[in-house]
Design a protein around this ligand. Structure first.
Ligand code: NDP
Length: 336
């Protein structure tokens, strides 16, 4: 495995903007790199810092501008933000105005009634804590991580609007909201003078639910979309087509892709998709990522990476642009 040298003084590649596509997010003026880097796995306090640092540096060098975090990414909770804060201080500080940093609050962060869900109390305190961990004065996007049915939507959206009015966030977003909830939330935010920038949900070849009602709802309201887990946590790289590699998520590295969860996917379907990729002369990873970018409402794909090489492959995969017709028809037949 190639190892990237971590040098002390980082200078970003001058060619970093040459090959990445930047897509407009909804009706906003903000363009996002077609590939974003998510720090859910591999950036926690128990992971190797130099590897995390290498992945972030490679990402920025290859034109990735959007870095996606949440208060509870780790483990332990909060540690991915601490890792990213350290990388910012060491490497990316001179480039702060060239990156979009997002964080979220909503899922459980700490014990007690104010450490989860959607109250104003939790969301605003959590944003302050995220800023402290990353050493930032503001984030670019602050998301409500999941809808909380027990808090009035006005209260959760009021907290997001307050984050923008207080200068601690430039934009706000929603994550894992249903189409109806997203529409209602977008309406409330608009009334509060803070347009909703983006909705973040799971979207990949094996999970197409957002196409039905979410995309039309977002389009109607001028809200952009970002797809998380576009490789289905690695399944759409084909790595599980011939067994479970030891060093993979399903090999025991993650509680979010257990062997049982993996067994709920139709791997025969994935093998058929792999054949389509082979016939087209590309990898399954490339097929999956370029497929997910074929619709204009998708502003960015938030990929994960365990190594700098994986990150490179994922960024290179989209350089040929969204997938074209011949392949799309074959894929459609397999996914139906
Ligand atoms: P992916 O679907 O991209 O899966 C990433 C994993 O797939 C990697 O950690 C690696 O796992 C494997 N992989 C990636 N690239 C390659 C490659 N080229 N070759 C071989 N294997 C590869 O995304 P994630 O599931 O990691 O999610 C991405 C981001 O989305 C998160 O970091 C987070 O920011 C966001 N997210 C948001 C959620 C929300 O509720 N809002 C929920 C989930 C994610 P391995 O260890 O097996 O090698």
């Amino acid at each position: 495995m190639e190892m990237f040298q971590v040098t002390d003084v980082y200078r970003a590649q001058e060619s970093r903007y040459d090959t990445m596509e930047y897509r407009r997010c909804g009706n906003s003026g903000l363009r996002l790199s077609a590939v974003a880097l998510g720090l859910w796995h591999n950036f926690g306090g128990y992971d190797v810092y130099d590897n995390a640092r290498n992945i972030v540096r490679r990402a920025f060098d290859m034109g990735v501008t959007y870095f996606d975090l949440a208060n509870n990414y780790g483990p332990p909770f909060g540690s991915a933000e601490e890792t990213f804060g350290r990388i910012l201080r060491q490497d990316l500080a001179p480039y702060r105005d060239e990156v979009v940093i997002a964080t979220k609050a909503g899922y459980t962060m700490q014990p007690g009634p104010y450490g989860r869900c959607g109250s104003r109390k939790y969301l605003l305190a959590s944003l302050d804590a995220s800023l402290r961990r990353m050493g930032l004065g503001y984030v670019d996007i602050f998301y409500h991580h999941c809808m909380d049915p027990e808090t009035p939507l006005e209260e959760s959206m009021g907290a997001l609007a307050q984050a923008v009015h207080s200068g601690k966030a430039l934009y706000v977003g929603l994550s894992n909201y249903s189409p109806e909830q997203a529409e209602q939330a977008a309406r409330l935010l608009k009334e509060m003078g803070v347009p909703c920038l983006i909705e973040q949900s799971r979207y990949h070849m094996l999970e197409r639910e957002p196409e039905k009602e979410l995309f039309p709802a977002l389009r109607k309201n001028g809200v952009g979309f970002c797809a998380f887990s576009p490789l289905a946590q690695g399944i759409l790289t084909g790595k599980y087509n011939r067994g479970i590699p030891e060093d993979s998520r399903a090999g025991g590295k993650s509680i979010y892709l257990t062997k049982d969860r993996l067994a709920s996917f139709d791997l025969e379907q994935v093998r058929r998709l792999e054949k389509v990729a082979e016939q087209a002369g590309i990898s399954l990873t490339e097929l999956a990522l370029r497929w997910a970018l074929r619709l204009p409402e998708v502003a960015t794909l938030i990929v994960g990476a365990r190594t700098p090489e994986q990150l490179e492959q994922n960024v290179r995969a989209v350089q040929a642009g969204p997938l074209e017709c011949a392949c799309l028809e074959q894929i459609e037949r397999i996914l139906l």
